[in-house]
Design a protein around this ligand. Structure first.
Ligand SMILES: Nc1ncnc2c1ncn2[C@@H]1O[C@H](COP(=O)(O)OP(=O)(O)OP(=O)(O)O)[C@@H](O)[C@H]1O
Length: 307
């Protein structure tokens, strides 16, 4: 079942069309990566899902119920972590979560148990100090705990890792991956390696439309071309190979970080490898490296956004 369905949603601010018939769905108990460049419309989409912004057109369903702008009924299924979560800095995490529980009408005992369990989950069980002194990563982790307090069916996180260093990012990604047994996670990002690390499913928004969506493995298999990286020992070898192989591959680029290496891409990998090896042998070229390269999400993303 899909916990979230976004159907033909459009939104313009004045004359600027941000979402133009956006369609995607999020299967239950998955980690869903919502990808797009800065300004692509990720936050706008999330606000529409939360009923905080009115779409010009389209329908959003959360757990089978239609989202209505200005009403919070469907938000009982959602926990939300905004891009910059705000807290009362003078409180300690336990106090803060207890307050959140009280506001949402949780019973004291239930709230205490749940709070302790969640602080443990996000690794803040020993952080018995005021939130004002927390690092950004700790604040994000507390934000996740807060969003999970009411045991939502869907956890929506807006760029949860963007402002963090690699360690902070890994901690957040580990938590998001861990909670998918109990909830479904949707997070927006433009950091593709984060998506490759934990997402089962993705949607990529670009120029107001979803340009690709589905499960990550299938997307990579269907869309991206594999390739070969060859590194030469001298520039003459590289030039001779390039001359001989110019009709062989349909993408053929130098590598920025190593000037004696090139990457070849073609849809038929077997043919590409065979002919490349033949050219090397016939020209007496012994490469330093000959390696098959698997497509990354970044390759795919770049192919789509450069169009
Ligand atoms: N209330 C608003 N009024 C006018 N324009 C807006 C409003 N909210 C967002 N926009 C514009 O809509 C576009 C999409 O913004 P949005 O915040 O949804 O992008 P995003 O994908 O979340 O980007 P980022 O990664 O930078 O957060 C941007 O050009 C932004 O300036």
């Amino acid at each position: 079942m899909n916990i979230l369905e976004v159907n033909e949603v459009s939104k313009a601010f004045g004359k600027q069309v941000i979402l133009d018939g956006v369609n995607f769905h999020v299967p239950e108990h998955s980690v869903f990566g919502f990808l797009g460049q800065n300004g692509a419309g990720k936050t706008t989409t999330m606000k529409i899902i939360l009923g905080l912004l009115q779409a010009d057109q389209g329908v959003v369903m959360v757990n089978g119920e239609r989202v209505t702008y200005g009403q919070t009924k469907t938000n009982r299924y959602i926990g939300y972590l905004p891009d910059v979560p705000e807290f009362y800095g003078y409180m300690k995490p336990l106090e803060y979560l207890a307050l959140c529980g009280e506001i949402t009408g949780m019973k004291k005992n239930e709230c205490k148990l749940r709070t302790e369990e969640l602080l443990d989950l996000v690794g803040l069980e020993k952080a018995n100090k005021k939130i004002a002194g927390f690092s950004r990563g700790m604040k994000q982790r507390l934000g996740i705990a807060q969003a999970l307090l009411s045991e939502p069916k869907l956890l929506v996180c807006d760029e949860p890792t963007s402002a963090l260093d690699p360690i902070g990012r890994k901690e957040i990604l580990d938590i998001l991956y861990k909670v998918k047994d109990k909830t479904t996670v949707m997070f927006s990002t433009h950091i593709l390696s984060d998506v490759e690390r934990i997402c089962d499913n993705i949607a990529l928004i670009h120029q107001g439309k979803i340009q690709m969506q589905g499960d990550l493995v299938t997307i990579k298999t269907n869309h991206a071309k594999e390739g070969i990286e060859i590194e030469f020992s001298k520039i003459e070898d590289l030039k001779r190979f390039q001359k001989e192989a110019k009709d062989l591959a349909n993408v053929f680029k130098g590598k920025e970080d190593s000037p004696l290496a090139i990457e070849l891409k073609a849809s038929n990998m077997n043919e590409l490898s065979k002919v490349s090896l033949q050219i090397l042998a016939q020209n007496d070229i012994v490469p330093v490296k000959f390696m098959c390269v698997k497509p990354t999400l970044e390759d795919l993303f770049m192919e789509i956004v450069k169009e």
